[in-house]
Design a protein around this ligand. Structure first.
Ligand SMILES: NC(=O)c1ccc[n+]([C@@H]2O[C@H](COP(=O)([O-])OP(=O)(O)OC[C@H]3O[C@@H](n4cnc5c(N)ncnc54)[C@H](OP(=O)(O)O)[C@@H]3O)[C@@H](O)[C@H]2O)c1
Length: 214
């Protein structure tokens, strides 16, 4: 069992991924700017999940997931540097906006949201992943989500630990996909998936053809 925290865990992705990882037997605490809000949100999930403020959640965790909007990470992450020192931090963040033409990726000066995360938390071991998982589906505990979860990072041991967490969730296949500098490629696919899902009223995901699975 791994102690997991979600920074901004009160949103759909933090709740959905937190639910699935708690169902897989991990200790999950949702973080928030408001401990009260996190406690309330956690209590509504169909699994034993805790809730507290972001700093307390991170202090007690071995692995922290960043599940805040891209616009929020520049202000919140530097406040958590001490709690996240030396720990694995999973960036799920997609730099993306919507306009009349639909969803589109945003340019990030560091290269990607995950690389920005690493720059904001230089003492942490950042791994990028989970950007393609649809939160509404994760929140339906009875639905099996059969998808690949490519993980990117420069610390192979950290990536392998996060890949094992992903594989603990039924039908998710987490695997090392490459260095952190490739994260913009993975992050950039999310607007495409949303575009496809909107057009075909679907909940599509990605499976890599030809990849060996257990
Ligand atoms: N939704 C999906 O299906 C999905 C799938 C894959 C990846 N993602 C990525 O995962 C991240 C979370 O997605 P989401 O849909 O769950 O996001 P969200 O609902 O917009 O935000 C999640 C939480 O972040 C906190 N937050 C919002 N603005 C903040 C700020 N300026 N500073 C600090 N905290 C802030 C809020 O929690 P408190 O108010 O409680 O602090 C909020 O409940 C995003 O970066 C998104 O790109 C989402």
């Amino acid at each position: 069992m791994t102690a997991l925290a979600f920074v901004g865990g009160t949103g759909p992705l933090g709740r959905g991924l937190g639910l699935r990882l708690a169902m897989a037997g991990h200790s999950v605490v949702l973080g928030s700017r408001s401990a009260e809000r996190a406690e309330g949100v956690a209590a509504e999930l169909d699994a034993p999940v805790g809730g507290t403020d972001n700093a307390a959640a991170c202090a007690g965790a071995e692995v922290a997931f960043v599940t805040v909007p891209f616009e929020g990470q520049e202000s919140i992450l530097p406040t958590l540097g001490r709690e996240l020192e030396g720990k694995i931090v999973v960036s799920t963040v997609v730099p993306m906006a919507f306009d009349a033409g639909g969803p589109h990726p945003l340019a990030v000066s560091e290269g990607s949201a995950a690389e920005q995360c690493q720059a904001l938390l230089p003492g942490s071991r950042v791994v990028s992943g989970f950007q393609w998982l649809p939160a509404p589906t994760l929140l339906k505990a009875e639905v099996v989500v059969e998808m690949d979860v490519p993980l990117l990072g420069d610390d192979e041991a950290a990536v392998e630990q996060v890949a094992a967490l992903a594989r603990d969730v039924k039908a998710l296949h987490g695997f090392m996909a490459g260095p952190l500098r490739l994260s913009s490629t993975v992050e950039g696919l999310t607007p495409l998936l949303i575009s496809v899902n909107r057009r075909y009223k679907a909940h599509t995901g990605v499976r890599f053809a030809g990849l060996a699975r257990d």
